[in-house]
Design a protein around this ligand. Structure first.
Ligand code: NAP
Length: 321
């Protein structure tokens, strides 16, 4: 059942106990109800859908191109208007798939792409950004992420991100695969707290972030920020590595007349301030994933999940795929 709640997004975002905010998105012929996440730098109009789409493994094979474009376009029509890609995926091929998927509807889509760490210097970052803009066939990137920690000093990368923002090439920037100590280092440098998101591995099998990193994101109280820094959960359905065959997940799915993937996504999306970006080239998967926003897990479901996929009891390093 869909839970409609019109509390101000920021209030919901600051608490674990309040429901996730749902609002109608005018994405297709019909408005789609989708929970949203407020970005740290903007008013509520700049909320993004909590459920987006990933593109890793797209753009690698020309024959698959039309199906990949069609899958992303269907996802956009179903409200998953945030698309994540990277210069790394398919050596730029995934960005070209995204370009075709958002063609003639760029304004409906929030485009996230990522720069390789070896391109994160003041000389290489602007060039990498231009190449991504060209492949994506857009004027400005909505969110530009550092894919993982680089040997370039973080302060240099942040300064260059800020210059790209001033030049109108990107709207905001963020990081990926940053653990707690990386985030603290980031917050300590000039403009580091302007970071708009941290994209990290988070799914039922990988709950490491719940011990300290997720709490930091949910409670950090940086003076000049209007809201907290969202988490973007990657591999939310387990990267096709067997999570969806889990018997507990299947049992819960049956109770909800849903699929294991929908339960895995509903679990990631159960809390405010978390964006999930499943990748699906298959249209049936796309439809299923979009339907996950309608699933409300019960206390019993969550307890059963905790028994099979326990939350961490101590600090564990952030895993990277
Ligand atoms: P994922 O989204 O958890 O899993 C993708 C796999 O699951 C694909 O094989 C897909 O199949 C399948 N799938 C999707 N929906 C399904 C459903 N409803 N039922 C059954 N199978 C389903 O893994 P991911 O691609 O690793 O992560 C998602 C996105 O996060 C990536 O695409 C990428 O954009 C981003 N990412 C970022 C990083 C980083 O370092 N920042 C790392 C990994 C991923 P089909 O394609 O055949 O539909």
């Amino acid at each position: 059942m869909l839970l409609l709640n019109w509390m101000p997004a920021r209030e919901c975002f600051r608490s674990w106990t309040l429901p996730v905010r749902l609002r109608p998105l005018n994405v297709g012929r019909f408005p789609v109800l989708m929970n949203t996440v407020v970005l740290p730098d903007g008013p509520a109009e700049r909320d993004v859908p909590a459920l987006g789409q990933g593109t890793w493994r797209m753009g690698e094979n020309k024959n698959a191109h039309p199906d990949e474009v069609a899958a992303l376009r269907l996802g956009i029509d179903l409200g998953m208007t945030l698309i994540d890609t990277a210069e790394m995926y398919g050596d730029g091929g995934a960005e070209k798939v995204v370009a075709d998927a958002i063609d003639a509807q760029r304004d409906r889509v929030f485009v996230v792409t990522k720069v390789y760490p070896h391109n994160a210097s003041r000389t290489e970052l602007p060039k990498a950004c231009e190449r991504s803009l060209k492949r994506l066939r857009i004027e400005v990137i909505d969110l530009y992420l550092l894919h993982w920690r680089s040997s370039t000093p973080l302060a240099e990368t942040v300064e260059t991100f800020e210059q790209l923002r001033s030049a109108g090439k990107i709207r905001r920037w963020g990081v990926s695969n940053f653990d707690l100590k990386d985030m603290k280092e980031l917050f300590a440098i000039e403009n580091g707290s302007a970071c708009a998101a941290n994209q990290i591995l988070y799914n039922l099998q990988h709950r490491q972030i719940e011990f300290d990193l997720l709490p930091l994101h949910q409670t950090s109280n940086l003076k000049h920020q209007t809201s907290l820094i969202p988490i973007m959960a990657y591999s939310p359905v387990g990267h096709g590595r067997g999570l969806l065959n889990n018997a507990t997940l299947k049992k819960i799915a049956k109770r909800h007349d849903a699929t294991p993937a929908q339960i895995a996504l509903a679990w990631v999306l159960r809390q405010p301030g978390v964006i999930a970006i499943p990748k699906a080239s298959n249209k049936t998967h796309v439809r299923e994933n979009a339907g996950s926003v309608e699933i409300e897990l019960t206390k019993e479901d969550l307890a059963e999940i905790d028994r099979f996929f326990p939350a961490p009891k101590s600090k564990q390093p952030l895993p990277i795929l």
